[in-house]
Write a protein that binds this ligand. Structure first.
Ligand SMILES: Nc1ncnc2c1ncn2[C@@H]1O[C@H](COP(=O)(O)OP(=O)(O)O)[C@@H](O)[C@H]1O
Ligand SMILES: [Mg+2]
Length: 250
């Protein structure tokens, strides 16, 4: 069981017009093995928060810290953070031409665990995980995300979550663009990974519908680069009724 503490996080990016501040003092603690949802309007900085936790080099942390199980990770490279147990399911997964899904997954597993998984067990585990997510076996030989539909890309992200078994997972709008069946499959995958590994989860979403399947203990409203309000699951219901405008105005 792992926890994540974000303290007074300020993040900026370089733009042609100069440095732009996006995160303006994020404070958030996800306790051991908890699931927290972050909800907020488009452009409020949710993906920036996800990238900043994962270590995207474009996002410059100008102030504050991020602690994974008490260890400050902000000086670490993205791959070092992954080895430390962090995982990011991206809102827009990238296509990697020339790298097959099976090679990618095995290389990723080897990189994060420090040893090559035993082939027989690995193939079995991969097959089961793919069946659970209803990913056709052919996908193992296809290039990563290349020509995948939106829903297929999101399922591949969750396949990684299940196989890599991170200590802490940030899921950035894993629900967006999914139909009801895909949403259920993806949610079941997240719940299965959580049950098996007890990982902490930060679930970023724009809509409340994924919260019918994945039950967070806490919900945070994210507005203009910081947490505007935190509460229990009932907060999500209020957002569904009221929208975000009220919090944006404040
Ligand atoms: N790499 C970047 N360069 C310039 N602006 C960026 C970059 N990344 C994010 N932004 C800006 O920061 C704001 C927050 O974006 P983002 O984190 O993607 O929000 P959200 O995920 O909540 O929709 C937006 O105004 C966006 O245009
Ligand atoms: Mg986003």
């Amino acid at each position: 069981m792992s926890n994540l503490e974000i303290k007074n996080l300020h993040v900026s990016v370089e733009t042609p017009e100069g440095e732009k501040q996006i995160l303006k003092g994020v404070d958030l603690t996800v306790g051991d093995g908890e699931i927290h949802a972050i909800m907020g309007p488009n452009g409020s900085g949710k993906s920036t928060l996800a990238y900043s936790i994962a270590g995207h080099p474009k996002y410059k942390i100008t102030e504050g810290e991020v602690l994974l199980d008490g260890e400050n990770i902000v000086e670490m490279t993205a791959d070092a953070r992954a080895r430390a147990g962090l995982f990011l399911a991206m809102q827009y997964p990238v296509e990697v031409a020339g790298v097959s899904v099976s090679n990618f997954l095995r290389a990723a597993k080897t990189a994060v665990s420090g040893e090559t998984p035993k082939l027989r067990e690995w193939v079995k585990e991969m097959k089961t995980a793919m069946e659970n997510l209803k990913i056709n076996a052919d996908f193992a030989n296809r290039d990563v995300n290349f020509g995948f539909s939106g829903g297929e890309k999101k399922r591949l992200e969750i396949l990684q979550l299940e196989l890599l078994k991170p200590k802490f997972a940030v899921l950035d709008e894993t629900d967006s663009g999914l139909d009801v069946d895909a949403l259920r499959l993806v949610s079941e995958g997240v719940n299965r990974a959580h049950r098996a590994n007890g990982n902490g989860i930060l679930l970023i979403t724009h809509y409340t519908r994924i919260l019918r399947y994945i039950k967070p203990q806490f919900v945070h409203v994210f507005v203009d680069g910081k947490v505007a309000l935190s509460g229990g699951p009932e907060l999500a219901d209020r957002l569904e009724e009221e929208g975000y405008a009220k919090y944006e105005a404040e």
